[in-house]
Design a protein around this ligand. Structure first.
Ligand code: GLN
Length: 488
């Protein structure tokens, strides 16, 4: 794990390199290497160079902050004014929003430089990024494997050194799972910690924008900048996180209570289990207290997630009707046929499957049996998690039950695919924060991710716990060759 933001920021402020020069380096690396990874689906190089010029002016004036002049990417479902934002769906091909998401306006105000939009599963529905209408991004650790999903393009770009950091969205694991597959760090903040304004909705009660980076410190710096209440998002919360990045250096895990829920380790392979439990030993050796717990409610998380996420998606995706934006067939006889054909031709199979499932669980006659029941079970999950956090400061668990799938694995049954989300979805259902940290490679050379989970608004605690690991453990995942290396 490598820190990039602070060293790059130092190089910029000492004028060792200008933001324009740094941006040009990323642009030429993307031009040369993106075809290998398919991480970016559109680029905004002209805008990036303009932003870089502005950043250089900020540096010259002495108004620079930690992220000034540093390039980054947005997932293809995060709006920026005038730039293609398509959710990697044919139905939104060519769509350019006319406003900035709150996260991007905050970063822009700090002089961030956006290089482009990154690949993802269509409408963020998937765990491999293979449902993208632009084809799948590839895993820089091994290009015969997927990046994970749905923020796979961002994870690929960061792991391949084609961006110092990326923003993604996490509805059921889409930041953490691709981070674990690509051997980088991924943070899913508390629901409400980061504004969702300008994030194209999938499951609104679960969606949260998160950070993908090569180190915990970088992740904290970006989180410090994008978090905060926003009048444009009524679900955002006014909570003072302070400046977490600055507090990381004096991290001590003495007395930290770490819960290990046995259910989290039931269906994962022995190699991954051993790797994560070894990592836990490092905390124990440094004074943390390990508490064995049971969280039987975890078993209910997957059906609860797929009912609620699909129900919300079926409602959110109702707006794509060929009238207001995006794809519309060339010929049709009447409005009804136009809408029908727009949706039939514009959406991919997985999105259609979820719209149908969601419509079914919300329909009269099935609403009580599925949607209402899922909402009740969600309450159980929330209260059981609350109770756990009365005795534990954090939970440590795998991020996913497996390392990166080989390409085309999503050809397996949809249910098999859904099952692989078992470790991440409980976090979105309960709204708590979690971070995935790479710990080592498995015997096939694919990274294993460890998930650190905390109670609501405990970002500082989980980032510190993750930072402790980053600082104390040996780096057993390493860096991918190519792209822009820190030595430049
Ligand atoms: N894999 C999960 C799904 O398919 C999570 C996706 C996400 O977090 N956006 O719904």
């Amino acid at each position: 794990m490598r820190e990039l933001i602070t060293p790059l920021s130092k190089m910029l402020s000492s004028r060792e390199i200008s933001s324009v020069e740094l941006t040009e380096k990323y642009i030429s690396a993307i031009e040369n290497e993106n075809q290998k990874y398919n991480a970016y689906v559109s680029t905004t190089f002209d805008k990036a160079l303009e932003n870089a010029k502005l950043a250089d002016e900020m540096i010259a004036k002495g108004t620079a902050t930690a992220l000034t002049g540093i390039p980054m990417t947005l997932k293809d479902n995060i709006c920026s004014d005038g730039d293609l934002t398509t959710c990697c769906s044919k139905i939104l091909r060519g769509f350019r929003p006319y406003y900035d998401s709150t996260v991007w306006s905050k970063l822009k105000a700090q002089g961030a430089v956006m290089l482009g939009k990154t690949n993802m599963d269509e409408f963020a529905m998937g765990s491999t990024s293979e449902t993208s209408c632009y084809g799948a991004p590839l895993n820089p650790r091994n290009t015969n494997h997927v990046t994970g999903g749905s923020s796979g393009g961002g994870a690929s770009a960061v792991a391949a050194n084609l961006a110092p950091y990326a923003l993604g969205s996490d509805t059921g694991g889409s930041v953490r799972q691709p981070a674990s597959f690509c051997g980088i760090v991924g943070l899913k903040p508390t629901y409400g910690a980061v504004s969702r304004y300008g994030l194209i909705a999938y499951g609104s009660s679960l969606d949260q924008i998160g950070v993908l980076a090569q180190s915990v410190k970088d992740t904290a710096i970006v989180f410090d900048t994008i978090s905060g209440v926003d009048a444009n998002d009524q679900t955002s919360v006014d909570f003072d996180f302070g400046n977490i990045a600055d507090t990381l250096d004096n991290t001590d895990v003495k007395g930290l209570k770490i819960g290990i829920a046995k259910e989290y380790f039931e269906n994962i392979n022995e190699e991954m289990k051993a790797a994560i439990l070894d990592a836990v030993k490092l905390y124990e050796a440094n004074g943390a207290e390990i508490i064995d717990i049971s969280l039987p409610v975890l078993k209910q998380a997957l059906p609860v997630y797929y009912i609620i996420a699909c129900a919300e998606a079926s409602s959110n995706l109702g707006r794509y009707d060929g009238i207001r934006y995006g794809y519309r067939p060339e010929s049709y006889n009447d409005v009804e046929e136009m809408i029908l054909r727009t949706r039939t031709e514009g959406f991919g199979d997985e999105v259609k499957r979820r719209i149908m499932l969601g419509t079914y669980v919300l329909s009269s006659g099935y609403y009580d049996a599925y949607y209402k029941k899922a909402c009740l079970l969600r309450e159980n999950l929330i209260s059981d998690f609350d109770e756990i956090f009365n005795t534990c400061d954090i939970l440590i668990a795998p991020t996913a039950p497996n390392t990166a799938f080989p390409l085309n694995y999503s050809g397996a049954s949809p249910v098999d695919m859904y099952l692989s989300d078992i470790a991440t979805v409980p976090i979105n259902i309960t709204g708590v924060p979690a971070i995935s940290v790479p710990i080592k490679n498995d015997s096939n050379g694919l990274p294993i991710g460890m998930q650190i989970i905390g109670k609501k608004f405990s970002e500082k605690t989980i980032l510190k716990a993750a930072y402790f690991y980053e600082k104390t453990a040996e780096d057993m995942v390493g860096n991918v060759e190519g792209g822009v290396q820190l030595g430049l």
